[in-house]
Unconditional design. Structure first.
Length: 535
């Protein structure tokens, strides 16, 4: 039979585990969707703010090359590039314009791309004398258009965005004026923002990032042709872009957001070299193009909050399930405890009844009188010996004061004994018991508390009538012995007195004889000797 139950138990356990897993999975999935939706909305708002911020920063300088190109002094310098006085004036003018506008650099190039004047003309790394004809922004402006370009400066090695515009006279393009903007403030302003911000060029190369180690990395592997073009334009100087390490992507919702996993280093040194291991991180990626600049702005929001929400939901669900399970277990346990308690109570009742019956048999069979007394000093029960001693039936005398069994003059002492039973100075007392017929008898009374009776006492009574009779007989024998001893002692005293007197009389007679002999002794001596001769 147990072997038949075991598979069913396993099936029940598996079913409960499956139900628990499904119960946990559903809230966790809901929490994931809600958290992703919140991240999606936050990413959308941040992306709009960041894009607007970059557009605003670029818009502040977009007009500047066109305005500068209208300065006739620039035309004159392009016509007279060897005029030192004019060159000095244009250098100072560009320096002042750069300081007022807050740009990084402003410089003027001739038709061949050679820089004639620059705002940094006094710096050690001045653009003056440098040729930038290889830059796309130069060729665009030389073609008569507003040039836009992002690149790493070949001279300053600083990232910048370039605006350029042709300088022409009567329809003829004489040169190009360019304005360079520093990209660093764009990163600095958003370095502490929620999530990561990226800006990629048309080739997908990251050139602005709140994560320094991601700069000059491409979102996807670049073709050989693209890499060759980047090297030719020297957009990133001597740096060759490498893939970021985007492992996979999963579009979400309307396709505006994508779940991506990025393999990233845990630490870099000051040179950008990997110093520790690589780990994977999950992000919600959202992108927005900037057609005018040819860029794409991306936000990568960490999925850690989603994982945290999922963990919280799982933990909360587990806690709720644990609470429900605990309540169910408590109810089942309480029911089992109740049944067990009832079983124990029944067993205890049976044991108590058995014990009481055994004790009752012992009490009934003992030769001592036993009376149980309640806390109020009233009789609770008699044993047969007590009934015989006092002549009362237990059923008739139950509930009566115990002191009614004691002679009146002994009751105060018994009352004190009832109040303080089992004292260290002894709890046995000799009193006189009062029978139903009014007669009394000597008894030995001992009062002790019952350990499990809630304050009840048990009185142990021994009839000591025979003992008292024996004590009286012994006392009479003792008294008779003492009387006889006294009589014998009196005879001995009289005889002794007579002997003493007789001895005294004999002593007096002897003394008289000695004196008589003494008196007679000299005369006899003289008669024996005869007459004494005359002298």
């Amino acid at each position: 039979m147990p072997q038949d139950r075991r598979p069913s138990r396993y099936a029940l356990v598996l079913a409960l585990l499956l139900i628990a897993a499904l119960t946990i999975w559903q809230p966790v999935w809901w929490a994931r969707d809600n958290a992703l939706e919140s991240l999606h909305e936050a990413a959308r708002q941040n992306l709009e703010l960041y894009t607007a911020y970059i557009d605003g920063e670029l818009a502040k300088y977009e007009y500047l090359p066109a305005v500068l190109s209208t300065q006739y002094e620039l035309v004159r310098l392009l016509r007279e590039p060897r005029n030192p006085y004019l060159l000095q004036r244009i250098n100072r003018f560009l320096q002042l314009a750069n300081e007022v506008a807050g740009a990084s650099d402003i410089y003027l190039m001739d038709r061949d791309g050679l820089t004639l004047a620059a705002s940094n003309w006094q710096h050690t790394r001045t653009f003056v004398g440098k040729n930038f004809s290889f830059r796309p922004y130069f060729t665009e402006a030389l073609a008569g258009k507003l040039g836009r370009y992002y690149a790493l400066g070949t001279t300053s090695l600083q990232r910048g965005y370039y605006f350029s515009y042709p300088v022409h006279e009567e329809g003829e393009v004489l040169g190009v004026v360019a304005v360079k903007l520093s990209i660093a403030p764009v990163e600095f302003e958003w370095a502490d923002a929620l999530g990561e911000f990226l800006v990629t060029d048309p080739d997908g190369v990251i050139f602005i990032s709140t994560r320094p180690e991601w700069k000059y990395r491409s979102l996807a592997p670049l073709s050989a042709e693209t890499l060759s073009r980047i090297r030719t334009s020297r957009r990133y100087a001597d740096v060759e872009p490498t893939p970021l390490g985007m492992l996979d992507s999963q579009p979400r919702g309307d396709g505006a957001s994508t779940l991506v996993r990025v393999s990233q280093a845990t630490a870099y040194n000051s040179f950008g070299d990997l110093t520790e291991g690589v780990e994977e991180a999950g992000y919600l990626m959202r992108s927005s193009p900037m057609p005018a600049a040819g860029w794409t702005v991306h936000t990568l929001t960490s999925l850690d909050p989603v994982a945290m929400q999922m963990r919280r939901a799982a933990l909360l669900t587990v806690v709720v399930l644990a609470a429900l399970f605990s309540v169910m277990l408590f109810l089942v346990q309480r029911q089992a405890t109740r049944r067990q308690r009832q079983r124990f109570e029944q067993q205890a009742k049976i044991a108590l009844e058995t014990n009481e019956a055994r004790i009752r048999a012992i009490i009934d069979g003992t030769r001592a009188g036993l009376v149980t007394i309640d806390v109020q000093g009233r009789i609770d029960s008699f044993n047969p010996t007590a009934e015989s001693l006092f002549g009362h039936r237990s059923a008739h005398f139950t509930g009566r004061p115990f002191l009614d069994l004691v002679k009146a003059d002994h009751r105060p002492a018994c009352a004190e004994q009832i109040r303080t039973p089992g004292r260290a100075d002894g709890n046995m007392r000799e009193v006189r018991g009062l029978r139903a017929d009014g007669s009394t008898f000597p008894m030995e009374l001992t009062l002790d508390p019952l350990p499990v009776a809630g304050g009840k006492l048990i009185a142990t009574i021994h009839d000591i009538s025979e003992l008292k009779e024996q004590e009286a007989a012994l006392q009479r024998a003792h008294d008779e012995l003492e009387r006889r001893v006294l009589e014998r002692t009196a005879d001995l005293v009289a005889t002794n007195t007579r002997l003493v007197r007789e001895i005294g009389e004999h002593r007096e007679t002897a003394e008289t004889l000695r004196r008589t002999q003494a008196e007679l002794s000299p005369a006899g001596t003289l008669a024996a000797r005869g007459p004494t001769p005359a002298g």
